[in-house]
Design a protein. Structure first.
Length: 113
């Protein structure tokens, strides 16, 4: 983008930027548009592609973070399920083992008598 002068070519007044590529003379009220050339067009294209790529990468990272959170939740659920199964196994196995030991002692005492 080329801006040849910051003064109005009509009245030599002060020119202010009022938008992207838009300028306005405060003295005579004339409005101007910036002169874009092919280099400026190419720069804008590359800039927009770069911003688009950044957004894609950001979305991929957010997706990966969400996948990691889901995986952690799944692993936590598996760990809880395994803990419950082991607890039930222990709660069932210990009384059965103690009962069988007790019954063996009772049989041995009855046999010995």
């Amino acid at each position: 983008m080329k801006l040849m002068s910051l003064n109005c070519p009509n009245c030599n007044g002060l020119v202010k930027q009022v938008g992207e590529g838009k300028f306005h003379c405060e003295n005579c009220g004339t409005s101007f548009l910036a002169d874009y050339d092919w280099d400026d067009v190419e720069y804008e294209r590359v800039k927009s592609e770069s911003e688009f790529r950044k957004q894609q990468i950001n979305m991929q990272q957010m997706g990966m973070a969400a996948a990691q959170r889901r995986q952690k939740q799944a692993n936590k659920a598996k760990t809880i399920a395994i803990a419950i199964v082991v607890s039930f196994f222990i709660l069932i196995t210990i009384p059965v083992a103690i009962g069988s030991i007790y019954m063996r002692q009772v049989r041995e005492q009855a046999y010995a008598s």
